[in-house]
Design a protein around this ligand. Structure first.
Ligand SMILES: [Zn+2]
Length: 403
């Protein structure tokens, strides 16, 4: 592939809400050479191919579990998190392997314009599929077990799996992660969060607060179901327990049940909060307080969670849900949540920076003439889950492998 100049009605540059009307991108293969006004780019790089489209950097799905893709539509929601987990565990026990659903999930990610991912996994099943598709990011290799014996067995199983796994190749890293405060031995939870990149489900449900403060409620029953366990209350809330060990490479997934102290703790940790609104509505009927998170300057990203709790793997469809729920927020301010490649260890993804290959996608306008391209992209193109056309693919510049 050689040089190519592509012009479009609108060009988003990514990471922020900056957008250029009648813009263009000059490419050398998949690498961005320059982005700017069409007349300027054409003067420097020659005549552009014109697209009636919105051009934008490829997107980031910062939280999903691809290995649960075959459970799509099979785990009813509306019951709260602890009962939902019981239903998920029994559905997965009956049918543990994703099979062809994994291939379909990769296609769904491509249509949704996704170039980087935060994949949470117990099996590493998606690793070869992601590597083949050239999707960058981090596989958060999840361990859980509250008692010393159970967590030791989970860590040993994860070690064994990692030893057998294929090399993740360029752009993909593997990082051991705790599932959640209510499911993971507190000592190991702290060690894993301190060790480097890690993802943890946090403040997804009010029951976590009761579990941490009083060792009671639905998560205490869930623990008792898994085996005898005697621990004292852990702390004021799940965030109070986890956040002292979190840093800028930590992902706190969900953040639905946060009080003022939790928000302060999270801001201090500099962790990224990953919102999964459609999954939250399915499981517990409640959303994170996005206006408050934005006002507090907490780093944010968006994920879909698995197809067991979400209808698709499209980050833009998640933003459409947020736009519906929070009409006071401008869609332009939502888009950067889907361009946070840094959060999942893929810093080139999400911004059309010269010299990098972040992946470039086009949303065909099909004759639409939006005054606000961000609102059109989120509320029409994204809400309808229309497929993106890929103009250039993401190409990671270096190989990274975690522990
Ligand atoms: Zn999850």
């Amino acid at each position: 592939m050689s040089g190519r100049v592509v012009a479009a009605t609108w060009v988003f540059t990514g990471r922020t809400d900056a957008v250029i009307r009648d813009g263009a991108v000059a490419l050398d293969g998949h690498v961005i050479l320059a982005v700017g006004a069409r007349h300027d780019i054409e003067r420097r790089y020659g005549r552009a191919e014109r697209l009636d489209a919105v051009l934008l950097p490829a997107l980031v799905n910062a939280h999903t579990h691809l290995e649960l893709s075959h459970l799509r539509g099979r785990v009813p929601g509306g019951v709260g998190l602890a009962p939902w987990i019981r239903l998920l565990v029994s559905a997965r026990a009956e049918d543990p392997r994703p099979g062809r659903a994994l291939d379909e999930a990769i296609l769904n990610l491509e249509e949704a314009g996704v170039a980087a991912i935060g994949e949470v996994t117990n099996t590493l099943a998606a690793l070869p599929h992601l590597a083949r598709a050239g999707i960058a990011g981090t596989l958060y290799h999840e361990v859980f077990g509250f008692s010393d014996a159970r967590i030791a067995a989970s860590l040993a199983a994860a070690d064994e799996m990692l030893a057998r796994a294929s090399d993740p190749g360029p752009g993909l890293a593997i990082a051991r992660s705790p599932h959640s405060v209510y499911s993971t031995n507190p000592r190991v939870l702290a060690e894993l969060l301190r060790a480097g990149p890690a993802s943890v489900h946090l403040a997804e449900d009010p029951g976590e607060r009761i579990f941490c403060a009083a060792k009671a409620g639905p998560f205490a029953s869930l623990q008792r179901m898994l085996g005898p366990v005697e621990v004292c209350p852990l702390g004021r809330s799940a965030v109070a327990v986890a956040s002292p060990h979190m840093g800028p490479r930590s992902l706190a997934v969900h953040g639905v049940d946060l009080d003022a102290d939790d928000l302060e703790d999270l801001a201090r940790s500099r962790a990224t909060v990953v919102l999964c609104p459609r999954s939250n509505l399915h499981v517990g009927g409640r959303l994170a307080d996005l206006p408050r998170l934005l006002a507090d300057g907490i780093p944010l990203a968006v994920g879909t969670d698995s197809l067991a709790s979400s209808p698709s793997l499209s980050p833009l469809a998640e933003l459409a849900e947020l736009a519906r729920a929070f009409p006071q927020l401008s869609p332009a301010h939502l888009l950067p949540l889907a361009w946070n490649g840094t959060a999942v260890g893929a810093p080139t993804v999400g911004r059309l920076a010269p010299g990098s290959a972040p992946g470039l996608v086009a949303a065909p306008l099909d004759g639409a003439r939006p005054g606000d391209p961000a609102a059109w992209l989120v509320e029409e193109f994204g809400a309808a889950e229309r497929p993106f056309a890929w103009i250039a693919r993401a190409r990671p510049t270096q190989s990274a492998r975690g522990t």
